[in-house]
Design a protein around this ligand. Structure first.
Ligand SMILES: C[S@@+](CC[C@H](N)C(=O)[O-])C[C@H]1O[C@@H](n2cnc3c(N)ncnc32)[C@H](O)[C@@H]1O
Length: 192
């Protein structure tokens, strides 16, 4: 079995056990990943935070695109966090990506508690739409606090359900549909 197929099956297994938390039954595919990564310069040398890494579909492409960036990826499901580490190893990407098996909320609060500073880019696949509104808003609020002025929050979602919530914390918001993905998605590009 090829690694790509194994990775899909792994993700689907996690999704079937925790569908609401996983928010999708297959990992993101290349057009969506391309749209998520497009605003980040290949020469970027700072720190990027990825929330909800799943099995690492986006993480691996991000690390390959931005070889000088430091990447912190978090994933709440320990089995998927292990899959992300495994897929990074298979891609020969070691050291530059730290994968934490924890919730986005906890990772962000630890970053500020330890004075780790802010980031220029937050990429997120967290299924906000599957959460109660107040929890989705709390995550968006936390993201807005960890981003540097001028930085960008990039989120994908399968609907526009959280548009108003994102807009309440980010003055500039552009949404782009990505039809060539299963399921079709929308990418939010948000700046304060
Ligand atoms: C729709 S999947 C996206 C996975 C991957 N980024 C991709 O594009 O294929 C969402 C992921 O977010 C994770 N997740 C859900 N809630 C989370 C939270 N509060 N903190 C961190 N990860 C979370 C899920 O376990 C799942 O792997």
């Amino acid at each position: 079995m090829s690694n790509a197929v194994a990775s899909y099956l792994h993700f689907m297994g996690a999704a079937l056990v925790k569908l609401r938390q996983t928010g999708a039954i297959v990992p993101s595919q290349r057009f969506l990943i391309g749209k998520m990564l497009a605003p980040i310069p290949e020469t970027y040398t700072g720190q990027i935070l990825e929330l909800g890494a799943g099995s690492g579909a986006l993480t691996v492409r991000l690390a390959a695109r931005c070889p000088k960036a430091r990447i912190l990826a978090c994933e709440i499901n320990p089995a998927l966090a292990r899959a992300t580490r495994h897929n990074l190893d298979l891609a020969g990407i070691n050291g530059r990506v730290e994968v934490i098996s924890d919730s986005a909320q906890h990772v962000i609060s630890e970053m500020s508690r330890r004075g780790k500073g802010k980031v220029d880019y937050v990429l997120s696949g967290i299924p906000l739409g599957a959460l109660p509104g107040d929890r989705a808003q709390a995550i968006i609020d936390a993201i807005s606090r960890v981003i540097n002025p001028g930085g960008m929050y990039i989120q994908f979602q399968y609907s526009l359900i959280d548009r108003k919530r994102v807009r309440s914390r980010f003055k500039i918001l552009r949404t782009v549909p990505v039809l060539l993905n299963f399921p079709p998605a929308v990418v939010y590009y948000a700046q304060r």
